[in-house]
Design a protein around this ligand. Structure first.
Ligand SMILES: C[S@@+](CC[C@H](N)C(=O)[O-])C[C@H]1O[C@@H](n2cnc3c(N)ncnc32)[C@H](O)[C@@H]1O
Length: 272
């Protein structure tokens, strides 16, 4: 469980990811949707700070990665001073699918915020059980919704679900821990829900996501608010807005704004 106190399903075992050759579909036709409307985007508390120059070289910024003594929920590697969390294993599917999730996270409001429409090409990275990928696929059909993960068990669950719900436009992709394995320049919107903080190579993953985006493509980053102690999630599975901005800007993305509509999570928007 991710909610305190129990998280018994969290295993420290890493699964070696296998780069599966995805059946590449024709690039979606639709242009990126307009940016999130100003009405929905609240000014960030960090908006006054001058943005750091994006780091776009072919290697992570010097000193960005480090090491620490692993905490029970972490992997002992740091990125810009944040210890990276161990990923949730497929035994956490029940938690991802819990009935209370809509009330706690307002996933339907998140889906509305994405502003998706027919013909778009979208990717849910770290899709897990596909809780968000399935409604995304419905909203963009006949466009493509990729659901990527590094755990074959998650992909198997997601793909079985797509077959059951007759969603031929939902494509499961088994990614690598440093490569999302999506075709370059094809994706309008990338969604990252409660997954980025588990990336064990965040800079490399984000660079591969940037490559997969169309010019002007958007990234929606959703992470539990570290600034809010009332959000009942373990510390390593939360992120502050300032930390999230720092990390994604280091991968060359531009912050557009932060949407405050979700009860427990930040929704940060970035553009390629
Ligand atoms: C807490 S789950 C969230 C699942 C889903 N986004 C949701 O909100 O229902 C995080 C998922 O991210 C996946 N993950 C971790 N590192 C990843 C990486 N480098 N690339 C793709 N997926 C990753 C894990 O395997 C896990 O399924």
């Amino acid at each position: 469980m991710r909610i305190l106190p129990a998280r018994a399903m969290m295993a420290l075992t890493k699964i070696a990811s296998i780069a599966a050759a995805a059946a590449l579909v024709a690039a979606c036709q639709r242009e990126p949707a307009p940016s999130t409307s100003a009405r929905n985007v609240e000014a960030s508390p960090t908006a006054q700070q001058p943005p750091e120059a994006p780091h776009t070289a072919d290697a992570p910024p010097a000193g960005a990665y480090g090491e620490c003594d692993p905490t029970p929920d972490g992997i002992g590697r740091t990125y810009f001073g944040r210890e990276i969390a161990a990923f949730m294993t497929h035994q956490g599917i029940q938690w991802l699918e819990r009935d209370s999730r809509e009330a706690e996270e307002r996933t339907s409001a998140l889906l509305d915020a994405l502003d998706l429409g027919p013909g778009m090409c979208v990717a849910d990275i770290g899709a897990g059980s596909g809780r968000l990928t399935v409604p995304m696929a419905r909203r963009v059909a006949p466009g493509i919704a990729y659901g990527t993960d590094i755990q074959p068990e998650m992909l198997a669950f997601l793909e079985a679900r797509a077959r059951k719900e007759v969603l031929p436009n939902l494509k499961g992709i088994l990614g690598d821990t440093d490569d999302v394995m999506l075709p370059a320049g094809t994706v309008d919107v990338v969604l990252l829900v409660d997954a980025y903080h588990e990336f064990d190579r965040p800079w490399e993953m984000m660079r591969s996501i940037v490559r997969a985006l169309k010019p002007g493509g958007r990234v929606a980053l959703v992470e539990f608010r570290a600034e809010d102690s009332s959000v009942p999630i373990k510390a390593l599975h939360k992120m502050s807005e300032a930390q999230a901005r720092r990390e994604l800007e280091a991968a060359g993305l531009s912050w557009i704004g932060t949407d405050a509509r979700l009860p427990w999570q930040h929704l940060l928007w970035f553009r390629k």
